[in-house]
Design a protein. Structure first.
Lengths: 101, 486
């Protein structure tokens, strides 16, 4: 399967998924660049991976679990310090409109 | 004063520990050196002058009150890459989206440095969000290679490598995802270690690719690197991928014999490299064999040629997920839109640079419905094969040898094509994908006098082996570090 033919519509769709607002010029440039990069990646089609399991973790760490007790964390004040806007002890965020924004 | 800056990290630590020198005196001199030399190089984005002097005074006080308190990095001024969180000190990842951000906590490695008596100098420049191989992707200006100011220092830890080469600090901490401490070390003629994945805690390292990122030291010699690695390595329960594996005595490896060590070399590994790299690599193989008594073994890594494609699918997929948190809501830049979705899009568009956007787009694409199997899943399967190549190779040899980079440092602005830029990491990417440790040590210079690097790789958690061979090689390589002016 060739994955190297991205249309401007594809670019717009991916930009939406990635929550990125791109200008028309940026969209065109992105289309060209992504197509070049993805064309190179077609080389992976040469490899027979029918009997191979994926590696999501190159080294699996043991001991990732601990007893379920509450441990100290950062305070509300510390965490709100970097907030662009705060209200009533929380992050003030723009309203969510119905449907696609 | 250049006598001070020619000292090693260990010499400085010893002189402060024994109170022959004060930490304040060393820090003051280092700050003056940075003030004089940093403006042209732009290695430091921010110097915490007050914080550094206060920390140095604390170290002096501690040792005065209790001279037997062992501080392995007593009074040593160290800079850290600006993708490591430092409490109360601005941390930007060289991005506009985090301009002005002040973390409320320290990264694990920052805590470890402080506990060992080190003095935090400030934050080092990088490619934005650690995405790049030249430090040209920083939103706050390029970094210039101290060996030739018209050239890049490499990336993404360009600031760290340049600062280490120029003794703007006695060591630095960078981060490495696909080569980001090793390649700049190669370009700047310094030593760097990329630990085994999981060896060093990633808590407080602002994530790029979570299955690849590691923090690594950059130093002017291997013994210093060994000490710094000992300080930062070890289990941290706050990082779920942190390994529960004992930390070896890396420093003790320095000076140990390497006679009979099997060094693996892939046939024609230098094909496609610049002539100077080919020559230096061949010379290094000769020296390892003839002067150090290593056994050179030919090995194969048949799937290594796919590493670039695998890496840029996997790393960017992970990055697209990790960078979703920069949305203008809880920290960083917010560009107000009419409502929520628009605020996300505008903030991110305004805050991220071109390379970051490119990688987020690529990563989002490979994870999206219809492409996940053909791209992301496939790449992770080829990753298994790449890792398998190393397992096989290490049954035949103890350490693997490659050049660190296919060329010496290139000129600022010379490489505009994204794919051509990605090719700079051709040797450093495969070890990252396999999670194995790797170091870069200086191994000669091009006819223009530009540094070249040698990469050594070992099986998981065998950093000791790399320190041993790296140190042995360093002692006979004849490498001359950058001459320091007063």
């Amino acid at each position: 399967m060739s994955s190297s033919r991205i249309s401007i519509e594809d670019v717009k769709h991916v930009a939406k998924l990635a929550a990125l607002k791109l200008s028309e010029a940026e969209e065109a440039r992105m289309q060209a660049e992504l197509n070049t990069i993805l064309a190179h990646m077609d080389e992976l089609n040469e490899v027979d991976v029918s009997a191979v399991t994926p590696t999501f973790h190159s080294v699996v760490a043991a001991g990732a679990l601990r007893t379920d007790v509450v441990l100290p964390s950062l305070s509300r004040e510390e965490l709100l310090q970097a907030a662009p806007a705060q209200e009533a002890g929380g992050f003030a965020v723009p309203k969510v409109l119905d449907g696609d924004g | 004063m250049s006598e001070l800056f020619s000292s090693t990290l260990i010499e400085i630590a010893q002189s402060v520990q024994s109170q022959k020198r004060s930490a304040v005196e060393v820090t003051q001199a280092t700050l003056e050196r940075i003030a004089a030399l940093n403006p042209e190089i732009n290695a430091y984005l921010y110097v915490d002058r007050e914080g550094a002097l206060a920390a140095a005074a604390r170290v002096d006080r501690t040792l005065r009150d209790n001279p037997t308190r062992a501080l392995p990095l007593a009074g040593v001024p160290i800079g850290v890459k600006d993708n490591l969180c430092t409490r109360g000190v601005r941390t930007t990842c060289a991005s506009r989206i985090l301009e002005g951000y002040i973390p409320p906590y320290d990264a694990h490695v920052v805590e470890q440095l402080r506990a060992a008596g080190a003095v935090q100098l400030g934050k080092l420049n990088l490619d934005e969000f650690a995405m790049g191989s030249s430090n040209e992707n920083s939103a706050f200006g390029v970094v210039r290679n101290p060996w030739d100011r018209e050239r890049t220092p490499g990336g993404s830890s360009g600031g760290a490598a340049a600062a280490t080469a120029l003794a703007l600090g006695f060591a630095t901490l960078g981060s490495d995802t696909g080569g980001s401490v090793r390649q700049p070390a190669s370009y700047c003629g310094v030593t760097a270690i990329k630990p085994t994945y999981g060896r060093v805690s990633r808590y407080g390292l602002i994530a790029f690719a979570s299955s690849l990122d590691q923090v690594g030291p950059l130093t002017r010699n291997m013994r210093d690197g060994a000490r710094l690695l000992s300080v930062i390595a070890g289990h941290d329960p706050r990082d779920a991928t942190s390994a529960v594996v004992p930390v070896a005595d890396y420093e003790a490896e320095c000076g140990r014999d390497v006679r009979g060590l099997r060094v693996g070399v892939v046939k024609n590994i230098t094909a496609g490299c610049e002539p100077a790299v080919v020559k230096a690599f061949q010379a290094a193989v000769e020296q390892l064999s003839k002067r150090l008594g290593c056994e050179i073994v030919e090995v194969e890594l048949p799937h290594q040629r796919y590493a670039l494609s695998v890496y840029y699918i996997v790393a960017n997929a992970e990055a697209s997920s990790n960078l979703a948190r920069f949305d203008g809501m809880r920290y960083g830049l917010r560009v107000q839109g009419e409502e929520l979705q628009n605020t996300y899009r505008k903030s991110r568009a305004a805050g991220f640079g071109a390379e970051v956007k490119r990688r987020i787009m690529l990563g989002t694409y490979v994870l999206s419905a219809g492409y996940y199997d053909a791209l992301y899943l496939k790449a992770q399967k080829v990753r298994t094969l790449i890792r398998g190549d190393y397992t096989r190779a290490f049954s035949q040899c103890d350490v693997l040898l490659t050049p660190t980079a296919p060329s010496p440092a290139f000129r600022l602005g010379e490489i505009a094509d994204p794919l051509a830029m990605y090719m700079q990491d051709i040797f450093t990417l495969p070890p990252s994908l396999a999670g194995i440790p790797a170091v870069s040590v200086p191994c000669g210079a091009s006819p223009e006098g530009l540094p070249l690097g040698l990469q050594l790789c070992a099986p998981h958690f065998e950093e000791a082996r790399l320190v041993r061979l790296g140190h042995a090689y360093e002692s006979i390589s004849g490498w001359k570090p950058l001459a320091l002016q007063a």
